[in-house]
Design a binder for this molecule. Sequence first.
Ligand code: S3P
Length: 432
Amino acid sequence: MNVRLDPSGPLKGSVVPPADKSISHRLALLGAMSDIPVHLHNYLDAADTNSTLRAVEALGALVERRPDEIVIRGTGLREARQPEGVIDVGNAGTLMRLLPGWLAGQAGRVFTFDGDDSIRGRPVDRVAAPLREMGARIEATDGRFPPFTITGARLHGIHYELPVASAQVKSCLMLAALIANGETTIREPEPSRDHTERLLVAAGVPLVRDGDTLTVTNVDELALPGTMIVPADPSSAAFLIAAGLLVRGSRLVIADCGVNWTRTGFIRIAQRMGAIVLGDLEDPTGDAIPASEPISDLDVTAGPLLGTTVEPHEVPLAIDELPLVALLGCFAEGETVVRGAQELRVKESDRIAAVVDGLNGLGGDLEATADGFVVRGTDGLRGGTIDSGGDHRMAMLGAVAGLASAEGVEVRGMDAAAVSYPGFLDDIDALR
Ligand code: S3P
């Protein structure tokens, strides 16, 4: 589907972004691993998170889709069923990287994973290597890509130092540790999103954080509270925030948004660029692991921006929003530089190439580097055509660029937005 976004007048009003994708994936998985039923409110109804519901059904969990909630009756930690066919993760990298953690310890059962063309180009060695150290048996295409097969085995705890900060890898290992013999310790070079930690604490798991190291021991069962509410996704909100900052005269309220410190790096970067985004953002929580997620309204006002440098330690806290930092950079005065973001090359697309080529095609002045990009602010974008390449965040980036551009943007493959934000264009329309 191709959609044309014309230059917009001021965006005004209030919008609640869709439910958090990361937290929805995790709740479906933890619900499936629980013995007691879990009622999920505001579960994200989007392509990625629906893939997760289908995956846990294939593994023996009962999923009841009621109008106002999803009820998951799990199999328990050690009783995932061997599915009839392959587990189709669709486009969902998070599902593909987290679920192996649970299944690797299901002794005697075999699980094959596959997904769409984009997923087939995304490496799984980053989870396969540590899981193998724990005793898992995993065979992947060309050693590192889907389709791949896990043969469940008895796992044992390890000490693992993550080579790059990755919430997906960290989460995968925490799930594996829940049924591994002994203790598992995981060290991250930099903090990344901590939703899994919070949910495991909420589920009664004795999980300890000591600086950059997490220690997880096995448990008999998970005891998630019977009802869990998914907050709105700050990564989806970021597209609305960027639109509110860039479309002249805009004033928006993003309501009830998740503001977990590990997810609000983009807001802090934007604020450093001079953006007016007001809200009750969470402070770093140190070694304490809260059992809940903070939410806040965010008040966004358009205004002038200055270039900035995003340093490597900020990257995991804004990883999915870095394309939007590039877009803000196009409208800012001076240079905007992102360093230490080589992970962008293995997302739903090579997001360094996609962002640089895509925004240059709209009149931007960007240069790719090995680990990020340099944007020379040109006080706006002319407009033109951008192709999402099937990447949901590239589709929404193009749409926001169109609203703020001089001549409008045609987004080819706008339907990709449904992976995380099916109502994106409707929400934008409601603000016009
Ligand atoms: C996610 C973690 C990030 C992020 C992805 C979702 C998660 O990936 O890019 O969209 O839910 O854990 P990495 O942890 O691999 O950087």
